[in-house]
Each structure stands twice: as C-alpha cells, then as structure tokens.
Write a protein that binds this ligand. Structure first.
Ligand code: 5GP
Length: 192
C-alpha cells in the first residue's frame, strides 16, 4: 500500500534489534484518518470473506481493529495479556513469546466472545516471527470458529513469520512488507 510505505519512510525510525518504530502514527500516537484508510484497505482485501468477528491482541492491535471493524460492521474482540494464569475453564488461552520484550506470556479470551459459529479475521500492527498471530490462530482453533484470514499493517518479511503462516495455508494480507532494514535503510517487497 503506497500511502503506508510513504508514511513509514517519512515517520518510521529503525531501532536496535530490528525494531521499527512507528509510534508517531500507528501504535502510540494514532493518526485516526490514516488508520481509517488502512481499515478500508483491509475491507477491500477481505471483501469476499463472511467475517463475523475481528480478533486482535492488546494493546496495539485494538485501534486498528476498531477502525477496520466499522467497514465490516462486526464486533472486535481482543485477547488480553496475562502475567499468570488463573484458569477457570471459561477462557481460551495460548502462549505467546513477545518479540519486543523477549518474554513468554499467556493470552486469554473469554469463551463467550468466540464460538464455533464465528468467521474470524485476525488483525495486528506488526508481524515479525509470527508468535503473536500463531497464538491468536490457536485461540480461533480452540473455539471451533472458521479462520477467514489474517491482516497485518507491517510485516517484517526478513523475520520469516509471514512466510511460515502462508506455508500453513493461512490467507495473510500485509499492507506493507519490509524485506530489509540493514544500515538504517528500509527496503520494501515489490507489489506491497
Ligand atoms: P511476532 O510475534 O510476530 O514475532 O511479533 C509481533 C508482535 O511484536 C506485534 O504484536 C508487535 O506488537 C511487536 N513487534 C514486532 N516487531 C515490531 C517492530 O519492529 N516494531 C514494533 N513497534 N512492534 C513490533
């Protein structure tokens, strides 16, 4: 998505550890009209899917999911990050290794908000190694719902998570794919 690539080049900064900061417009300060356009683009790409629910993970995915959900006219549910699990059987759970914080945490979602009748679109801000999305996919599988696909705003293609998910047969739409962030310069994958 050209508009997104231009914004990343204008406002994104590269940090040690292969971290791209886009916190001036995407996941700390949020440029709502801009994110709204990302939402419209997700809708265009998943137009043919009978989505009944958008699933994301707190915190950065929520704004993106909320603006996108307006176009699908469906609810958003977000998995919560829990430090320690107090399992009471009413929750779906999955383990996720945080890319940015390098620790394993549990994500939880109340069973009442995702059922076998749902058709789910998973959304998130970044895709790196794929742990966050895999945790969400596991939750969808536990619920018996149909996974229609997954959308991320920025895929760091060189970290492999996206290709692994595609190999698993997941329909994955990334609005921008970065193939390299070496020496302070960003290289995007063609046609994204
Ligand atoms: P993964 O689980 O795919 O390795 O990493 C995805 C998660 O880590 C996303 O939910 C996102 O919050 C965070 N993340 C991964 N890479 C980056 C990055 O380069 N910049 C930012 N801001 N977050 C990232």
């Amino acid at each position: 998505m050209q508009l997104l690539k231009e914004r990343i080049l204008k406002d994104g900064t590269i940090k040690p550890g292969n971290i791209l900061k886009v916190d001036s417009f995407l996941n700390h300060q949020m440029d709502i009209p801009f994110i709204n356009k990302l939402g419209k683009e997700f809708k265009r790409r998943f137009e043919d899917c009978p989505v009944t629910k958008i699933l994301t993970i707190e915190a950065s995915g929520i704004g993106i999911a909320a603006l996108t959900a307006q176009y699908f006219q469906v609810p958003v549910v977000f998995a919560k990050k829990a430090q320690s699990l107090n399992l009471d059987g009413e929750m779906y759970t999955a383990k996720v290794e945080s890319f940015t914080h390098k620790k394993v945490y549990d994500v939880i979602l109340s069973k009442k908000f995702l059922t076998a009748q749902d058709h789910v679109l998973i959304l998130d801000d970044f895709l790196a190694n794929g742990c966050a999305l895999k945790g969400l996919i596991q939750i969808v599988q536990s619920s018996g719902a149909v996974l229609e696909g997954a959308g991320v705003v920025i895929e760091k293609g060189f970290q492999g998570g996206g290709d692994e998910l595609r190999r698993m047969g997941i329909r994955l739409e990334s609005l921008a794919i970065i193939d390299s962030m070496k020496n302070g310069s960003l290289i995007f994958r063609e046609s994204h």
